[in-house]
Design a protein around this ligand. Structure first.
Ligand SMILES: O=C(O)CCC(=O)C(=O)O
Length: 313
């Protein structure tokens, strides 16, 4: 016996209910995820974005810089990333290091390590543990490789007194209200397009942009469950952020929960300074067009500042 044709009303109901079921399932999934996040990651909710200085313009006013400095200890330290626009604009470094010869002279004698991606590496991603590191060369030779020959390398030099004075790193100590430990600081210079892959640091990090342009993509420390930490190195993520956001199917299959993490991006121009709190995941790309020079000024965690749970994984 053949089945009676369903009435058009029934078909409409069936379609509506399929769509409704799918929508309901999607809503339930989203709801469960939001609820899970709200329960376990209270700090990663919307207020995180509100706490961040997401000024996208290069020429934000200098009062912003002063406000940032005043408010640092109470609103920013340990809590949120922040850009200090134009913080170092009037330093000798920003004015003169653009001249590669002048920069090479200023850094004479600084111990320098040059990182090169290993054979077969998927892209020019520079984490020391995954690169070949040449510690035998001089600062001058590294300058030649980056600025004259345009090699795909990333140099890390010690911050000598001359470099520190010219970049006025002491001013960072005023923001953080602690003396700068010069032995921990570094001067990083490398090719256009270089990437520092997704990771976190155990220290408070200030990066002063001297030459070139970099974009930081930063995630709250409580987003760590979406970061797929490496077993051997919990501070490194297995996610290739650029491939994931470009829609690479393999990357998305392997790391589906990365979708749950909320990125904030900050673009730095010469003279700007970025503060990245400890344990906040970040990925840094040097823009195409010209090599970059930055000065890194870290501060250790304070005695009463807790190590984040992600580090225990
Ligand atoms: O400039 C870079 O390539 C990386 C900087 C970084 O990871 C940091 O400032 O913590």
């Amino acid at each position: 016996m053949s089945r009676p044709e369903p009435s058009p009303g029934y078909l409409a109901f069936r379609h509506t209910s399929t769509r409704a079921r799918e929508a309901h399932r999607a809503r339930a999934k989203r709801g469960a995820r939001d609820e899970r996040r709200a329960r376990s990651f209270p700090a990663a909710s919307a207020s995180f974005a509100a706490m961040c200085d997401v000024v996208a313009r290069k020429d934000a006013t200098s009062t912003r810089r002063d406000e940032g400095i005043r408010a640092f200890a109470t609103t920013t330290r340990m809590r949120a990333p922040r850009v200090f626009r134009g913080f170092a604009s009037d330093t000798t470094a920003v004015r003169t290091w653009r001249d590669a010869k002048r920069f090479a002279d200023a850094g004479q004698g600084a111990r320098t390590t040059v990182l090169t991606p290993r054979e077969g590496a998927r892209e020019a991603a520079f984490i020391k543990a995954d690169c070949d590191a040449n510690e035998c060369g001089t600062f001058e030779e590294a300058c030649e490789a980056v600025f004259e020959r345009g090699e795909r390398v990333y140099a890390r030099a010690e911050c000598t007194t001359t470099l520190a004075v010219e970049a006025n790193v002491e001013a960072v100590g005023e923001v953080f209200a602690e003396d700068v430990a010069l032995r921990n600081c570094g001067v990083w210079f490398g090719a256009a397009g270089n990437v520092t892959p997704l990771h976190y640091d155990l220290c408070h990090g200030f990066l002063i942009m001297i030459r070139g342009v970099k974009t930081f993509t930063i995630f709250h420390k409580d987003d760590f469950r979406a970061m797929y930490q490496r077993r051997d190195r919990p501070e490194l993520s297995r996610v290739n952020l650029d491939a994931w956001y470009a829609g690479d199917a393999d990357e998305r299959d392997r790391f589906p929960d990365f979708e749950d993490a909320t990125p904030l991006t900050f673009t730095l121009y010469p003279g700007d300074m970025m503060y990245t709190p400890p344990f906040f995941w970040h990925h840094v790309r040097t823009h195409d067009g010209e090599p970059a020079i930055s000065v890194l000024v870290p501060f250790d965690l304070g005695a009463e500042e807790p190590v984040h749970v992600s580090h225990l994984y």
